[in-house]
Design a protein around this ligand. Sequence first.
Ligand code: HEM
Length: 422
Amino acid sequence: MTDPRQADASTEAESDPFEDFNRAQGQGQVVNPYPKFAEWRSQAPVLKVSFADMLGSDRDLPGELPDVYAVVTHDAVSEVLRDGARFSSSGYALQMGPVMGKTILQMDEPEHSRYRTLIQQAFSRKTIENWNRELIKPVIDELVDRFVERGSADLVRELTFPFPVAVIAGMIGIPEADHANFHRWAVELISVGFAPERGLAASRKLGDYFAGLLAERRRKPENDLMSVLAAAELDDGTRLEDEEIFAFLRLLAPAGAETTYRSSSNLLRGLLGAPEQLEAVRNDRSLLPQAIEEGLRWECPLLSIMRTATCDTEVGGVKLPKGAFINVNMGSANHDESRYENPDAFDIFRPQRQHMAFAFGPHRCLGMHLARAETVTLLNTLLDRLPGLRLDPERADSPEAQITGLIFRSPAALPVCFDGAA
Ligand code: HEM
């Protein structure tokens, strides 16, 4: 595995797209948005807020921006996400369409389920079990091998950042030598909002790259996602167009890489910050699933998503006009005090209740079984191989080791120490 920061030197000179993307998402700036969300919840389940407020910005933003309806309580978030007829996902076409192509994320029913069904099997729990043995475990072990003898590491840079992209790249069938470029292009792609040229260039590079791989798999299918997509047929017996395949793969890159890297970093931050809970999990691995769900609830990696009202409607007693731009705040829903006692605390022993980190309804995360399997394997490997794992006491309170960000949230670094090699 190569370091993505060393990839594709042609675009490297001006700036680092990883740093730029993190900055644009408020990384390092928005430390704790939860008090603001609590204040909103105390006012109403749905509120009209300014774009700047939604982005956690304390400055006015340039240009004409629409007001946004922020949906902030658990019940209201659940109602909006379940009802794809009243609340459309088509707004993603404008936001992401130019760089991704037409993806399932922007489709409404019935088109959405025709396409989602095609690929769902490849992400089922059973299929993921095979990927776990063949791909996830070896990828994680190889990364841990590189620092296990050292007794210290930055778990973000050396593990949680590179591993999910290596997994999704492996699942697609991308050879290891190309993983670093794939990761760079994936991050550049979703930077389109603030770096349009870079986003469009990355989209073309990914398309060209996928075209070559697709041609190879048509000649000689392998046991990978590219081969599944090359052979997939819609319910009327037609094959997917090449562009439809590329759009799906362009979506998987950031969907699979950005979120799991952040969710596993946040979970580790929670456990490392509560050594007695880490110890409990170390001694009883049956606690892992509930620890993972609590990590996702406590600090979900993707705080909010968007929808558009298709008609004049109402949620939680608040009227929404047709065409209203809706910010569905899953982070706020996950901290709703009417559902979770002491919601800002990380507590793996709290009563388990369905959280919203993977969203809900028709667009509920397709990769959730994969994300969970990756995190179980990651945690088991760390607990097996790094005895005495703890935050480096000298850097534990540094700003970079705190979870920050408004739309995407995670720590920039996880400096840790551990005892001896295993
Ligand atoms: C902890 C990690 C993850 C989180 C928190 C997460 C979160 C989400 C959320 C909130 C959505 C709904 C977006 C919307 O409706 O606007 C979503 C959709 C999706 N996710 Fe994930 N995701 C994660 C991991 C993954 C992984 C590993 C993959 C695959 C490699 C993936 C693939 C997808 C896809 C394809 C969709 C679109 C589903 C659809 O439109 O029907 N996700 N994810």
